[in-house]
Ligand binder design. Sequence first.
Ligand code: ADP
Length: 353
Amino acid sequence: MAREKVFDGADDDDESLPFRSSFDMNDHDYDEKLRPQRLCDVVGQKKVVDRLQIMIDAAKMRSEPLGHLLLDGPPGLGKTTFATVLPKELGTDCLITSGPLLAAPKDLLPHITNAGRGSVLFIDEIHRMSPAVEEFIYPVMEDFRVDITLGEGMNARTINMQVEPFTVIGATTRSGMLTAPLRDRFVNRLHVDYYEVEELAEILRRNAGKLKTTIDEDAANELAIRARGTPRVANNLLSWVRDFAMVKAKGRITVDVALKALTMQEVDHLGLEQLDRKYLETLVRIFGGGPAGLQSIGHSLNIPADTLEDEIEPFLLRLGLIQRTPRGRMITPTGLEHLGIAPPESPEQGRLF
Ligand code: ADP
């Protein structure tokens, strides 16, 4: 076999370097360390990057704030990354908040009054903002006008305040849950999609470099295959495999080390984790293969239905292991095969589990 190409962000004699375990950093630090800082550092998502570059260039040429932007797509695909890269490209400030933190207009007001001309206000999980905040944000997004109601009942009066024009960037995993008026206030809407294996392998190689860890090309590919099309999953696998390699293999991530680490973490050859398999097994053993309602599956697994819908099901659906029907979720023959259960030979036998 040809010698594997090594992607090495460290010095030549890095095997003797003291390796830093990811325990040195908390999850947030780890995420931030690996997050691309500029648009040119972003891997993949060519359509999104090209469109953003046009928006940025146009905003700069007109010396105007960027139009409000909505980013949607499953978790871990780079929405926050794009939202934080944009202000850097524009040379403006960025304020960050999140839908669940915005229960009443007073929670949003300081962000709006603090936003300078052309700056960015990033609202993550924007679909989880309360309806009162949503009503409040409409005139802000449209006319940069804040309507504040003082007093109650007969004595109530509204005062208006003008604020500096700025850009709202909203991110959502559930664009379907946004109301039409809110969605319409975003002049720019971009969808972030799953990544190809080669793109994830590239992210892994670059990030191994940033972490001063040595990863062989084959090992990066094996991790990429199991990363569920998602950079955040790729980064998490890298964190684990790096720790494993440090303890068991002097820090170098070869394909053999990577596969052993993945086996220990119970990540299978498709990238399914314990919870994914538990979902499939529950569907088969408790619900006879389905159809089963999302809430019922959630109760059986003791996991909120939202989490299942956002984080577990999209990948199982993509792999064709489950199916969503009007009557509920069903396991597919491929799903059964993955669990090592022979599919029924006829539809009549379909509910024999
Ligand atoms: P989201 O906001 O969609 O949940 P994030 O932007 O937080 O996802 O991405 C999670 C991590 O994945 C980031 O910290 C970053 O390291 C990595 N990542 C995401 N998208 C890319 C990309 N296009 N290129 C390189 N790394 C990426």
